[in-house]
Design a protein around this ligand. Structure first.
Ligand SMILES: Cc1cc2nc3c(=O)[nH]c(=O)nc-3n(C[C@H](O)[C@H](O)[C@H](O)COP(=O)(O)O)c2cc1C
Ligand code: SF4
Ligand code: SF4
Length: 263
């Protein structure tokens, strides 16, 4: 038996996890669901599908790797989806598992359109990346069926570590992406932002979203909002910087918002 744990904001990781799940006969589990209701995982094969944030792992994925309870697992793999640069993300998975005497057997990257607003992929590149996704993921699935081993190649370096930390600090402290602002004139109260938030830190009150602490900086709320009503600090996805995976719908990634947030 196999399980694939995924974290997603705008659907890239869900799309990759879903395709891999079909190819490998693996069950999909949202990382946020697991963290809110942890249990002992007894599957022989475990996959992790994560986005790259500031050349590193999202904090919630690192937390998952520190906490997931594994028994009888014989093969662990990771797929990182990214706009352009994976940085130290795969190495970080290997290192966190190593600290728990677990082994990351294989890691892969899949380049997909960038949802970060700061570095939009551009229309042409976006279409090219989406067109290549199926073949890329199918190839990864074939390697995984053969239990590919490639994690020795994953390395870290001091400069990468510093750049990743500075990048995330800038997002939070300079661009203030955790500070959400709603444009009351644009919001129609559809509730999509609250449904897709993986942190569960958006609730609808009197037809308007209310944000509490616990944001995982996935950018999903602003990207999925059909009316471009959400500002993430200084960032506001619109036109060329707006992106959600075209093959994933709100329904598919709704209801994973189980993390306990400080309301
Ligand atoms: C906060 C944040 C930081 C990001 N940093 C990087 C990065 O350092 N390198 C990169 O290639 N992509 C970066 N991205 C883009 C995402 O990794 C990429 O679009 C990913 O596929 C999104 O996955 P999702 O759709 O499952 O959320 C970043 C996205 C966000 C929201
Ligand atoms: S998704 Fe946008 S329009 Fe819908 S409730 Fe949220 S902020 Fe308002
Ligand atoms: S509030 Fe934070 S975690 Fe929730 S959808 Fe928005 S960016 Fe993602």
């Amino acid at each position: 038996m196999a399980k694939i744990f995924y974290f997603t904001g705008t659907g890239n990781c869900y799309s990759v996890a879903n395709r891999l799940g079909e190819k490998l006969g693996a069950e999909l589990v949202a990382i946020t669901d697991y963290l809110s209701h942890p249990y002992i995982v007894e599957d022989a094969v475990i996959g992790i599908v994560t986005p790259v944030y500031s050349m590193d792992l999202p904090q919630v994925v690192a937390e998952f790797l520190e906490k997931v309870q594994l028994k009888e697992t014989r093969y662990i793999f990771c797929v990182a989806t990214m706009g352009a640069m994976a940085g130290r993300s795969l190495y970080h998975v290997k290192d966190l598992l190593h600290k728990r005497k677990l082994i990351l057997s294989a890691g892969f990257t899949v380049t997909l359109p960038d949802n970060s607003i700061i570095f939009p992929s551009g229309e042409k590149r976006m279409q090219m990346l989406l067109a290549a996704e199926e073949e890329t993921v199918n190839n990864i699935a074939e390697l995984l069926k053969e239990h590919e081993e490639n994690s020795v190649k994953m390395k870290d370096c001091f400069l990468l570590k510093i750049s990743a930390a500075v990048g995330m600090w800038s997002l939070k402290s300079v661009l203030k992406v955790k500070h959400k602002k709603i444009n009351e004139d644009k919001c129609n109260g559809c509730g999509i932002c609250a449904k897709i938030c993986p942190a569960g830190c958006i609730i609808m009150e009197k037809g308007r979203p209310v944000f509490s602490e616990g944001c995982l900086t996935c950018f999903g709320c602003a990207q999925w909002c059909p009316n471009e009503a959400i500002n993430l600090g200084w960032l506001h996805p619109t036109g060329k910087t707006k992106y959600v995976h075209p093959g994933v719908d709100v329904q598919a990634i709704s209801g994973r918002n189980m993390l306990d947030c400080k309301q």
